[in-house]
Ligand binder design. Sequence first.
Ligand code: GRG
Length: 284
Amino acid sequence: MNRRLPELLAGPGARPEAVHQAMHYALTGPGKRIRPVLTLVVADLFGIRSASSGVVLDLACSVEMVHACSLILDDLPSMDDAHLRRGRPTVHLQFGENVALLAALALLNRAYALVAESAHRLSLGRYTAEDMVHHLAAAIGSDGLIGGQALDLLSKAEDLDLELLEYIHSHKTGALFMAAGELGAMAADAKRKDLEVVARFAKNLGLAFQISDDLLDVLGTPEETGKDVGQDAGKVTFVKLLGVAGAQALEAELLGFAEESLAPLGRKGEPLRELARFVGKRSR
Ligand code: GRG
């Protein structure tokens, strides 16, 4: 994947050079790639044919492009005002806010085009290319990442309870995990009931991942996480509401739900169980 990601963008010399450089910088930085890995693992476990594995890799890369876009936007001064991401200055500090915004939008548009192209190249049965593009668009829109981000920015501290916090993060973070898994399942022509299994797993995994993110903001170091820590100090987070032990317990509970939801898949679900264990143990 790390080899394929830059190949899917215009070369760094192509006009507008600054925007392309910022796109490369954001996309190819040392991220964990957990969302595209989810796409690949799910497609694999539902038996994607090896002839289609290159197409699924591109589909997974499109998920990483959406994620990279969301990180650029999330780090902007008008949002989280972050300085460090993936161990390096954030995109707006490196390239300026104007270029950062354009690079984020360009990555998003490249991602949509790539999903459409990939879906077109797959021999889909139950689903159409429109289904796949629509799924991704719904996950990003005002009832998805954008909705979660908006409420994260706009909610007053005194209104934030566990229900609202869960809403925010199951949208801001969980929605892209769900879309990542579902796109993989659709690419492999999984049955609709299997798509639901994947969605339930990914939703719980995504929320658990967010709680571990909150925990790392308190317990981690910039060297380990590659980003500013203590960034959430002024915010209501799972750790603020529940304390460290309470947040750890909720994370473990959600990972348990995620694993339980895999029961219908039997042993086939093992690679997803492994992904859940990775989230439970992560330190970056
Ligand atoms: C238009 C795509 C789009 C988004 C607009 C800005 C925004 C709305 C949403 C923000 C979503 C966001 C950044 C959520 C935080 C999720 C999170 C835990 C990020 C860290 O993910 P990691 O740890 O990062 O996977 P790496 O660097 O490893 O990829």
